[in-house]
Design a binder for this molecule. Sequence first.
Ligand SMILES: NC(=O)c1ccc[n+]([C@@H]2O[C@H](COP(=O)([O-])OP(=O)(O)OC[C@H]3O[C@@H](n4cnc5c(N)ncnc54)[C@H](OP(=O)(O)O)[C@@H]3O)[C@@H](O)[C@H]2O)c1
Length: 390
Amino acid sequence: MKRRSVLCSGASLIAAGATILNSLPSIAATLSDKSVRFMRAYEVGELGRKNYGLRIVRRPVPDVAAGQVLLRVHATGLNARDLALLRGLRIYGGVHDPTRIPLDDNACEVLALGAGVTDFKIGDRVLCTHFPLWLDGPWDDVTMSGVDFGVNTNGFLAEQVAVPAQGLVRIPREISYQAAATFPNAGLTAWHAVMVAANLQAGETMVTLGTGGVSVFGMQWAKLRGAKVAITSSQDTKLVRMRELGAEITINYRNNPDWHHELLELTQGRGADVVLNTVGIAELERCLLACNSNGRVMVIGANSVTRGKGTATTAEFTGLKVFPRAMIMRGLTIRGIIVGSRQMLADALQAAASAGLLPVIDRVFSFENAREAITYMESGEKIGKIVISI
Ligand SMILES: NC(=O)c1ccc[n+]([C@@H]2O[C@H](COP(=O)([O-])OP(=O)(O)OC[C@H]3O[C@@H](n4cnc5c(N)ncnc54)[C@H](OP(=O)(O)O)[C@@H]3O)[C@@H](O)[C@H]2O)c1
């Protein structure tokens, strides 16, 4: 009788969708229905809590629908947008869902195939692209933003995830799970900006802002193209590391907020052919002033906070003094970049495998220490990427 009552309460909780581990630690052991399997995952939780509301839960392994695959997640990683999402910033619109599983970076192994999936087999090493509805060709916001992992669809801070098979790319054997997990967001965005949209050429000069995930990947892709790289940072120790990785010009933007003056001086007045603006509107004017004739400014960062001035408004943007003059007289291009297509991701992985390019991973945290990974990300001490091994 006693066992039966436990079963009933367990079944109703399964129907509710999720069980908080701390409150019901042994539910999986007490269930006798072997057809229901469980996994651990993190949910974003309620807003405004210490360490955010992030909580570890036990949830049923997701069902695998036709056209989907079930993946065992080996690694995921943190990106700037994840902190914004956990803070509940409404940059993505919609309503905060405390049960959402966060994070879009991933490197996985195929565990099961849904009906109709023939391109993959169990055991394949794969990763899922950021927007699985964007396979190739130009971006279309209306038709391709419907699946955005960690935002409107559950992400990869979980042991198992079911995703559309069409979003998968095979991981080349030269690339480890931890390295591969840095590609779906930062690696792909930087590839799109440097190799596709800006089409950086050998011998050109590129400047990239800060030593975060996108910027450092951007530097690595630029070196692969045979370009000269300038990079900025708030810390000299990080700039030393960037020189070791191949940057020819390094500028401390904290000591030298108008970093474009130094860039122009160090490039004999020519400036950069390509600028990766990984910050946002606060740096746009400096990015324009840093450009050579026919310069291409890739706008990647969406931060709207200006140094010491609060939040930049549209009026502030249209008030940019150099905007029309620089655009016209020097023939500049400003291009917004949104992550990238599945084809770009496949190209980026193949290029990295062929060149032996290793992503810059600052630190790897365990699944159990995901909160510590977030605290470290917030400290601003990292270079490149933070990975979570699962
Ligand atoms: N458009 C897209 O599809 C897309 C995709 C990915 C990311 N993003 C956006 O791109 C930005 C960077 O992402 P991420 O993942 O690379 O971030 P991240 O790894 O957190 O790196 C952030 C870095 O930016 C640098 N930084 C901050 N303020 C700066 C300033 N005023 N000037 C120069 N550098 C500054 C800092 O470098 P130092 O520590 O060296 O000072 C910091 O470490 C974020 O806004 C993110 O949301 C957009």
